[in-house]
Design a binder for this molecule. Structure first.
Ligand SMILES: [Zn+2]
Length: 347
């Protein structure tokens, strides 16, 4: 893997990740861009104790541009995009419309491929492996920033999820605080340790493997299951068998196997609702330990993949109980979801 760090016309950082070690990335961004002005502000909710990023500058962001104006496609003569070069493998750059910026963290965009019309599930194993390298490298780099407490690599896929650009891409948020869900997991982890003397994540994975009913896919180094209390109609948690706190600690064997397992999961997701249905909208979310949290070694890196579609043409909305009270109601039993995800295995 070759990494080339450059800057865009407005000073934002852009990083190429290439599989070929001899590639030269020296294209210059000639666009007359104004410096990015962001007014991101983190406000603490006194009742819930959580934080809200107020980012009014995002109202002007690019919204469903036509394919020939895609800002994530490589540049070509007469059409300058966010990526100065005329081709790339994987590229990461600072978001021009960040939810978090400056002292309030950092937001990056990850373009998985230069091909506008493919989705992550359509990448080769080599391409998916390069994306994993990029996620890992970004996690390592952002760990060095004092304002970043936790790194979240994720992909929103599909207009139903609110994706405003069709090009296959994901995002990386460097939060200036530990997120509420992670804090919650730490609390559960600590009380489980106090009660049983064991690691919560180890016990959860062991229970799923012993039970077997919700296991979707097992590799030599990874295991994927629908959690016992899944919140979403189709939700899969993917864990490396050897528990590690974040992407940096994955060993070579787990890295090598990851593309195969993850691509298979994504392809099965697209088949859940049968042929003729549009691609399944999903959110794919990496959970990693915060950098400076006590007990971080106890945390288990894992990926949570879920869709908001519950049946063909019908979405699960976060309505009164979910949005008002944070109590999820799931119409699809986790065992049935796992059964379906096993049925649609590819040959
Ligand atoms: Zn594009």
């Amino acid at each position: 893997m070759k990494k080339t760090v450059t800057t865009l016309a407005d000073g934002r950082e852009l990083i190429y990740y290439d599989s070929a070690d001899d590639i030269v990335r020296d294209a210059v961004d000639p666009r007359p861009l104004d410096a990015v002005s962001t007014s991101s502000e983190i406000r603490r909710d006194p009742l819930l104790g959580d934080s809200v990023a107020i980012a009014s500058h995002r109202q002007g962001r690019t919204y469903h541009p036509p394919a020939d104006e895609c800002p994530l496609c490589p540049s070509r003569e007469g059409r300058r995009s966010e990526i100065p070069d005329t081709d790339y493998d994987v590229v990461v750059f600072e978001n021009r419309f960040p939810s978090l910026a400056g002292d309030s963290g950092r937001c990056e965009v990850v373009c998985f491929t230069s091909d506008h019309d493919v989705s992550f599930a359509g990448l080769t194993e080599e391409q998916a492996g390069l994306v994993l390298e990029a996620w890992t490298d970004r996690t390592a780099d952002l760990a060095e920033l004092p304002q970043v407490a936790q790194v979240f690599c994720f992909e929103n896929r599909g207009a139903e999820i609110g994706v405003t650009l069709g090009h296959p891409h994901g995002q990386i948020y460097g939060y200036p605080f530990v997120t509420p869900r992670t804090e919650q997991m730490f609390r559960s982890m600590e009380s489980h340790r106090a009660e049983t003397g064991r690691n919560l994540f180890d016990d959860v994975v062991a229970r799923e493997l012993a039970d077997g009913e919700r296991v979707v896919l097992e590799g030599e180094h990874w295991v994927a299951f629908v959690p016992y209390a899944a919140h979403w109609p189709y939700e899969v948690h993917l864990h490396p068998r050897r528990r590690v706190p974040d992407l940096r600690e994955l060993d070579e064997a787990a890295r090598t196997e990851f593309p195969q397992i993850y691509l298979e999961l994504l392809r099965r997701f697209d088949r859940i609702f049968g042929p003729g249905e549009p691609p399944t909208p999903y959110i794919s979310a990496w959970h990693q330990a915060p950098f400076r949290a006590p007990g971080r070694e106890e945390f288990a890196l894992h990926l949570e993949l879920f869709t908001i579609r519950r049946t063909p043409g019908k979405l699960k909305f976060l309505a009164g109980s979910e949005s008002g009270m944070n109590v999820f109601i799931n119409d699809v039993p986790p065992e049935a979801a796992a059964q379906r995800l096993r049925e649609v295995a590819s040959e």
